[in-house]
Ligand binder design. Structure first.
Ligand SMILES: Cc1cc2nc3c(=O)[nH]c(=O)nc-3n(C[C@H](O)[C@H](O)[C@H](O)COP(=O)(O)OP(=O)(O)OC[C@H]3O[C@@H](n4cnc5c(N)ncnc54)[C@H](O)[C@@H]3O)c2cc1C
Length: 384
């Protein structure tokens, strides 16, 4: 992007090298075996990526949303599953804890998640509530110096492989009576539910968190009791901008494969790139990718500027995040499917990566708030 600083360009270069050398070679295996390759987290920890937005005083890299989006885009360009798992750990757990946790909670939990010793995730979604997140049924009731949590979270990224979760639960009868808890998988009453088999993002483990009278110390409640509804919504802004970065990466990766392919493959005595219908598909994809990318980095930059000025982005943040996510996710599904088309039978063949990219792209129209919810947010802000 034209406005990237020298440091942001250096991060982009080093991420491109890392993604090509270390992540791409294992992307197909991750998809086929439906497991995240071992070692990815420790390598990302070595590069200082797991605490990317955490202030340096707590062992993080002290970077912002633009840098985090660069990392997600570069991972997304080669292996969206790795990017999604990274997002759940680094943004949904680590960033949220660093933003909302107490000094004691940060000192206790951040070192292990920043070093990659433990993997984190976040639980909002339940079997009976997704888009309508405040309809969650998981209850937390006080029991002396502890809370007892009962309920099931589903479609949780890193649930099968994680050790620590940022869990939202109801602490009262009002719709907004929601609190946050740091739940370790070793706590009494906690169990990992079944691993969920998916259309795409297969290398990113998804599953359930089951809490049956799960005993959580009061010291693990994040913030005041009953005050989490607002920060749950605010936390979604950076999640939506970075997941939009993954969409930009997927489309870029798929277009790069298609670009090489159509310039080599011949039909009717000329390369595919000479056919106007192929040119249209490629040119539309290229233009749509760059339009989405500009919007995503504008949203990220706005997030960083607001943070540096010490003011919350508030509803404007939700609006920009929704615009970026809606446009980038929709674009990536369309562009990656067009790339399948440009490769013909080879596009549908699992030996080539574009069918994986198309399956992965679709998730971003659903996870972190569906396209319909993004449209609701935009309409709510722009129409009366
Ligand atoms: C691979 C994967 C990873 C995920 N990771 C996580 C995670 O780490 N943590 C977490 O908490 N959740 C996670 N999710 C859950 C995800 O955020 C939800 O699936 C999503 O918010 C949609 O909720 P739902 O699936 O219950 O669908 P529903 O809310 O039931 O929606 C079904 C359909 O109805 C539409 N709809 C709903 N309400 C409205 C409305 N008011 N107006 C118009 N249309 C509407 C939706 O857009 C959708 O098309 C993940 C999901 C997947 C698939």
């Amino acid at each position: 992007m034209w406005f990237f600083s020298e440091e942001e360009r250096m991060l982009q270069d080093s991420m491109q090298n890392f993604a090509q050398d270390q992540i791409l070679p294992l992307a197909e295996q991750a998809d086929e075996t439906e497991t995240l390759p071992e070692g990815h987290f420790s390598k990302m920890a070595e590069m200082g990526l797991l605490g990317i937005t955490v202030p340096e005083e707590f062992g993080g890299a002290g970077m912002g949303c633009v840098e985090a989006t660069i990392v997600h885009e570069e991972l997304g360009a080669v292996c969206a599953s790795t990017a999604l798992t990274y997002l759940a750990h680094t943004i949904l757990f680590v960033h949220n804890l660093a933003t909302n946790g107490s000094k004691e909670q940060k000192e206790k939990y951040l070192p292990d998640v920043i070093s990659g010793k433990s993997i984190g995730g976040l639980g909002i979604t339940e079997p009976g509530s997704g888009s309508d997140s405040l309809a969650m049924a998981t209850m937390a009731t006080r029991d002396g110096n502890d809370y007892l949590l009962s309920g099931t979270k589903t479609y949780i990224t890193n649930a099968p492989n994680g050790q620590i979760f940022y869990v939202y639960a109801r602490t009262g009868d009002g719709k907004k009576d929601v609190s946050t808890f740091l739940v370790e998988n070793s706590f009494e009453g906690f169990s990992h539910g079944k691993k969920i088999r998916k259309m795409g993002m297969r290398g990113s483990p998804t599953g359930q968190l089951i809490m049956d009278q799960c005993r959580v110390p009061k010291a693990n409640r994040v913030g005041k009791e009953g005050y989490s509804a607002t920060h749950m919504m605010r936390n979604l802004d950076i999640e939506r901008i970075t997941i939009a970065g993954i969409s930009v990466g997927i489309a870029r990766g798929a277009l790069a494969v298609a670009q090489r392919y159509v310039q080599e493959r011949e039909a009717f005595g000329q390369t595919l790139s000479k056919f106007q219908m192929i040119q249209k598909m490629y040119a539309d994809g290229d233009a749509e990718l760059h339009a989405a990318k500009s919007l995503v980095y504008e949203a990220a930059k706005r997030w960083d500027i607001a943070k540096s000025e010490g003011r919350p982005l508030g509803k404007k943040g939700a609006l920009w995040a929704a615009r970026a996510k809606l446009i980038a996710a929709t674009m990536a599904t369309k562009v990656s499917l067009d790339c399948v088309q440009m490769l013909g039978g080879y596009g549908y063949d699992r030996e080539f990566p574009v069918e994986r990219m198309a399956r992965d792209a679709k998730l971003n129209e659903i996870g972190a708030g569906t396209n319909e919810i993004m449209r609701l947010i935009i309409a709510r802000e722009e129409l009366n």
